[in-house]
Design a protein. Structure first.
Length: 287
C-alpha cells in the first residue's frame, strides 16, 4: 500500500478533528460550555437547543471498526504510517475475518483520509500492526502527502498556507538527504503550484546553506574558539556550534559527491571505443 493519495493537514485545529475511523463513542464531541446564549433566559436557550437539529453520526466502515478493535495503536485516535504490505499481512493473519475487497476498500479509505496523510507528511516512520517503527516513508510519499494536505486545507482556508507548506517541504528535503536534482527526479511530475513551492523551498535552502558556509569561513579565519567567536558577534554558542557542524557536514558531502562524479567519469568508456565494434564491422552485424 502506498501513500500517494490525499495529504495531511496544516492548521493547528486539525489536531482536534474527529477521527472518522474511530468508533462512535470516541468521536463524540464534548458539549460546549459558556459563551453562546449568555444573557438569555433559560427558556430561550432551551428553545434554541430544541430547534437546532443534531448532526447525524458519521457512519464508520465496519472493517475499519474491526481494525480499530484489533489494532488500536494503528487505527485508533492517532494515526501512524502503515508498513508496506500490510494488506497482505492482514489477509494472512485473519483469513476468516476479512474479505479481500472489503479490506481493500477500508484500507483505501484510511490511507486517503486527511488525518492519515497528515502523519505521512510529518515524516514519521512506517509502523507494523503492533505500532513499532519498521522503515522510513519514501521521500516521494512524504512529498505528495504534504502537497495533498496543502491543497485540501488551502481550498477552505481564509489565509495563505503556502509558508507552512514550504516549511514542511524544506524539512522533507533535508530529511531525504537527496540533492536537488535527485529529489526532483524522485517526486517526478509536478503541477504549477507544486513546482513553485519547490522552487521557493530550494531557494530558501540555498540561502541557509550560503549563510552557514559564510559563518564557517569567518570562524575559521578568526582563529577564535567557538565560545570566543560567539561572544564576539553576540551569538548563542550552542547555535554557532550546530551551524558549524552542519556547514562542515555539507562541505564534506559536497566533496564526496564531486569525487564520485569524477570517478564515474573516469571509469566511463570512451564514446569512440564504446560505439565502434572491435573488428570494425558494422554494429548491426555484431549483434
Amino acid at each position: 500500500m502506498t501513500d500517494t493519495a490525499p495529504a495531511p493537514e496544516f492548521t493547528p485545529e486539525s489536531t482536534t478533528e474527529t477521527n472518522p475511523n474511530a468508533p462512535a463513542s470516541e468521536r463524540q464531541r464534548p458539549a460546549r460550555q459558556g459563551g453562546r446564549g449568555r444573557g438569555k433566559a433559560p427558556g430561550q436557550r432551551q428553545n434554541q437547543n430544541q430547534a437546532r437539529p443534531e448532526r447525524p453520526a458519521r457512519t464508520v466502515h465496519p472493517v475499519l471498526q474491526q481494525l480499530f478493535e484489533l489494532y488500536p495503536k494503528m487505527f485508533g485516535a492517532h494515526f501512524l504510517p502503515l508498513k508496506l504490505g500490510v494488506y497482505q499481512e492482514l489477509l494472512a493473519l485473519h483469513p476468516e475475518l476479512f474479505k479481500r475487497e472489503d479490506l481493500k476498500v477500508a484500507l483505501g479509505l484510511h490511507a486517503r483520509s486527511t488525518r492519515y496523510l497528515e502523519c505521512v507528511a510529518s515524516g514519521l516512520a512506517r509502523h507494523d500492526l503492533n505500532g513499532e517503527p519498521v522503515e522510513p516513508v519514501a521521500p516521494e510519499h512524504v512529498h505528495h502527502a504534504i502537497m495533498e494536505v496543502f491543497r485540501r486545507r488551502q481550498a477552505r482556508a481564509a489565509q495563505d498556507l503556502r509558508p507552512y507548506a514550504r516549511a514542511q517541504l524544506i524539512t522533507a528535503i533535508e530529511a531525504s538527504g537527496l540533492s536537488r536534482e535527485d529529489y526532483l527526479l524522485c517526486v517526478r511530475q509536478q503541477d504549477e503550484v507544486s513546482t513553485a513551492l519547490l522552487a521557493e523551498a530550494f531557494a530558501e535552502l540555498g540561502e541557509q546553506a550560503a549563510k552557514r558556509d559564510a559563518l564557517l569561513r569567518t570562524f575559521e579565519a578568526s582563529g577564535k574558539s567557538v565560545a570566543e567567536f560567539a561572544d564576539m558577534y553576540g551569538m548563542d554558542e550552542a547555535e554557532v556550534t550546530r551551524t558549524l557542524v552542519r556547514a562542515r557536514q555539507a562541505k564534506a558531502e559536497q566533496a564526496e559527491r564531486a569525487e564520485q562524479a569524477a570517478a564515474t567519469a573516469q571509469n566511463a568508456p570512451s564514446t569512440d571505443t564504446a560505439e565502434m565494434p572491435a573488428t570494425g564491422a558494422p554494429a548491426a552485424e555484431q549483434a
